[in-house]
Design a protein around this ligand. Structure first.
Ligand code: SAM
Length: 288
């Protein structure tokens, strides 16, 4: 059993990882992979117009955007651990006329909002990143008003041929180039994701945190990665932290990109339409 990483060390790794991925997130990763789940999370929560709403672990702000369409832009707030993601969210929200949404750098395990200040807390694929999800859930409950609702989405495991092939090739290329500390953090991050994505465990955690009427709903949709070049660019954007940690030069990055595209070229167009599953868990703060 590997030694447990301190939450602070793990968060430092996660923040750096998402900082590095931010450039690709707003324009490419967000719209292609996270937009539909963000809209479904908010549809499941069905907030009424006028509900004060928080997008927790906002990334590029897709959940905030879906919330704003329903409750009105002035009532939405958003926060994320990664300063670069926060900067990206501000740009993305401004580009669609939503610059009134206040976006802050904040750790979900240490929320600084006033108690009872939201009717809705929506968190898209954040819970599987928090080293102590029960702390984050108690914090979400604290900032909710009595009767307010929290909704959390988590991915279900995915296993598809293009992902497997790309992971194998990336592992071969990066083998021996990443410092032990980076590998230890990346493995701990992956374990965290697996543990915190299990719907029954999440329902139990939400009840333990004090949420009531907790229920879950399974969703599936198709991510269209289009072709090998689009898929590789998207994954390399997401893995930019690893490429930086491995100190890949510009030339080596270009060679890696070509190598990956070549090794995926045997897959036909249907392989790039990938079915993904996720679960939305919703609970209510008891009325006072
Ligand atoms: C998979 S992304 C999802 C982004 C966005 N919610 C969406 O659905 O498009 C996960 C986000 O969680 C953020 N995050 C990770 N740990 C966090 C923490 N402790 N507190 C706040 N945000 C965190 C990351 O920086 C990243 O932006």
């Amino acid at each position: 059993m590997p030694a447990r990483l301190e939450p602070t060390a793990l968060k430092t790794h996660i923040r750096a990882d998402y900082d590095a991925a931010a450039a690709a997130w707003g324009p490419e990763i967000g719209p292609r992979v996270f937009r539909v789940p963000a809209e479904r999370l908010v549809a499941d929560l069905a907030p009424r117009r006028g509900s004060r709403s928080l997008d927790l672990a906002c990334g590029s702000g897709l959940v905030a955007r879906a919330l704003a369409a329903r409750v009105g832009p002035d009532l939405v707030r958003a926060c994320d651990l990664s300063p670069a993601q926060v900067a990206g969210a501000r740009v993305a929200l401004r580009s669609v006329g939503l610059d009134g949404i206040d976006v802050r750098v904040m750790d979900a395990e240490r929320l600084r909002y006033t108690a009872g200040s939201f009717d809705i807390v929506a968190c898209g694929f954040g819970l599987n990143h928090f080293p102590r999800p029960i702390v984050a859930l108690r914090g979400a409950l604290r900032v909710l008003a009595p009767g307010g609702r929290g909704g959390f989405s988590v991915w279900q495991p995915a296993d598809h041929p293009i992902g497997r092939r790309l992971d194998e090739r990336m592992a071969e290329v990066l083998d021996g180039r990443l410092a032990d500390e980076y590998v230890r953090c990346a493995e701990a991050f992956a374990r965290l994701g697996e543990r915190n994505s299990e719907p029954h465990r999440l329902i139990g955690l939400m009840e333990e945190a004090g949420f009531r009427s907790v229920s879950s709903r399974a969703h599936a949709f198709t991510v269209d990665y289009r072709d090998a070049a689009t898929f590789v660019n998207l994954v390399l954007g997401r893995e930019d932290g690893a490429l930086r940690a491995a100190r890949l030069s510009h030339g080596e990055r270009t060679a890696l990109r070509h190598d990956l595209i070549r090794s995926l070229s045997r897959f036909g167009p249907r392989a790039y339409r990938v079915r993904r599953g996720f679960v939305v868990v919703i609970g209510q703060k008891p009325s006072a």
